[in-house]
Design a protein around this ligand. Structure first.
Ligand code: UGA
Length: 461
């Protein structure tokens, strides 16, 4: 099939790569000339395992080309995918200005029947407006088209495999002709295709992200109780997850969810609920718990070191919002680094892929960028594990002990083996378990939340 993919971010570039790998002719479009030049040369603008090989292979077989012109991109396409960003606006709702711009350009350049498919995450009702904008901008009234919603469920870091072998494909449209076109693209996958109306497809995306975020906040609250009651949240999650109805995924307690999707999509879904005169109480709590989770983590640090961190140096492992990505958007790790710095600490930081992005976000003041995980630890007062990179789980503890000034570890992702860490004499803090560090510190009022405002000063509530 002949396809056009507009937007070459995580969704668009991975989508274009996999569609072409399936044997389709794909044109990728982006307004960013520099980005398009880089991709053409085989330089990926994002870190995504396996992506560059697939892009290069399909460029060399002439199935995948790139342009900055929407007119050129859509000329021969049967399906046009909209994959542009929908960041969070000031109101919490998704900012759809890029979607409207692209819809206008598509409309102006239509030259025959096409299915216009939105892959960007957009609130319920958006595709109907996309249809209206395209219709208003058509060069002639006789040109036919349909719209469809085909949300993506890609996880950054695993998006190539998620795109190539999804659990399910969701296609919403009010046109049987459009459904038939989309079926031709996806039916070879042999995975369920949920065919539905536009609004239900739009809701499926938000409901899925909202539910996964709720699972994380649920286990994070269980972690709070485990810490107080002396249970171990990792064991509890394993025991729960083996029940197929519960499922083991997204039950890792930690410092809370971040990234470019969950925080904004949960907020946008909540906004949709209030727009519909409904207060989505559960989702409101999901967001509150997520913020409380990082405060609880910071609380442990402050209880151990006191509220003035001047003169302290901390080793930070992990800056990306999760493992296997260079993305630091809404990264809880970056937030924690900023809070520690705000309280006077110096940070020695390392991430396998996110160093460049972190430098842009954190600058140079009181942050030293290290070449590997061990370099961060030289002379540090404590080690912080903040992102779930596999290579942090296998850190050599005897080496860590010789490098740190004092053997203290704050593990925000429960990555390390508690028994080994404690056996080696570290003072260990994890999430959702009463480790030796938790016992050592003054537990009176331990759980009183310490609010850290943006300039890093503390206040109790
Ligand atoms: C998420 C969804 O998983 C994808 O299905 C969806 O397509 C994507 O958003 C999107 O809307 O585009 P992603 O943001 O890449 O994908 O990351 P996740 O793997 O879902 O992780 C999100 C956050 O939750 C990370 O900060 C991660 O560290 C945290 N997390 C995840 C936990 O704290 N515990 C868990 O058990 C799982």
């Amino acid at each position: 099939m002949k396809l056009c993919v507009i937007g070459t971010g995580y969704v668009g570039l991975v989508g274009a790569a996999i569609f072409s790998d399936w044997g389709n002719d794909v044109v990728g479009v982006d307004i960013d000339t520099e980005k398009i030049d880089r991709i053409k040369k085989g330089e990926m603008p994002i870190y995504e395992p396996g992506l560059s090989e697939i892009v290069l292979r399909n460029i060399s077989q002439n199935r995948l080309t790139f342009t900055t012109s929407i007119a050129d991109g859509i000329k021969d396409a049967e399906i046009v995918f909209i994959c542009v960003g929908t960041p969070q606006s000031d109101t919490g709702a998704a900012d759809l200005s890029a979607v409207w711009e692209v819809a206008k350009d598509i409309g102006k350049n239509m030259n025959g029947y096409k299915v216009i498919v939105t892959k960007s995450t957009v609130p319920v009702g958006t595709n109907e407006k996309v249809k209206m904008i395209i219709r208003e901008n058509l060069p002639g009234p006789q040109i036919e088209f349909d719209v469809a919603s085909n949300p993506e469920f890609l996880r950054e870091g695993s998006s190539v495999e998620d795109m190539a072998a999804p659990d399910r494909t969701v296609v919403g449209s009010d046109s049987e002709k459009a459904h038939a076109v989309m079926r031709r693209l996806y039916e070879h996958l042999n995975t369920p295709i949920v065919e539905c109306d536009l609004r239900s497809a739009e809701m499926i995306k938000y409901a899925s992200n909202g539910f996964l975020a709720a699972k994380i906040s649920f286990i994070n609250e269980i972690a709070q109780i485990c810490e107080r009651a002396g249970a171990d949240v990792t064991v509890v999650a394993r025991g729960m997850g083996l029940d197929k109805r519960v499922g083991s995924a997204f039950l890792n307690a930690g410092i809370g969810y971040g990234g470019s999707c969950f925080p904004k999509d949960v907020a946008a879904l909540y906004k949709t609920s209030t727009d519909q005169d409904y207060d989505f109480k559960l989702l409101r709590s999901v967001m509150e718990v997520n913020v409380a989770q990082r405060e609880n983590f910071m609380n442990k640090v402050l209880r151990h070191f006191g509220k003035n961190l001047a003169g302290r140096t901390f080793a930070i492992l992990g800056l990306a919002f999760k493992g296997n990505t260079d993305d630091i958007r809404d990264s809880v790790s970056i937030e924690i680094v900023k809070k520690l710095r705000g309280l006077g600490a110096k940070l020695r930081v390392y991430d396998p892929e996110a160093m460049y992005n972190a430098k842009q976000a954190l600058g140079a003041v009181n942050v030293e960028y290290c070449l590997d995980k061990y370099e961060t630890m030289q002379g540090a007062d404590a080690l912080f594990v903040l992102t779930e990179w596999k290579e942090f789980a296998t850190v050599e503890l005897d080496k860590v002990k010789t490098l740190l000034k004092s053997p203290v570890i704050f593990d925000g992702r429960n990555l390390l083996d508690r028994a080994k860490v404690e056996e080696m004499g570290f003072t260990y803090f994890a999430v959702g378990k009463r480790t030796n560090g938790m016992v050592k510190i003054d537990t009176r009022n331990l759980y009183q939340t310490v609010l850290l405002n943006t300039n890093g000063s503390t206040g109790q509530h």
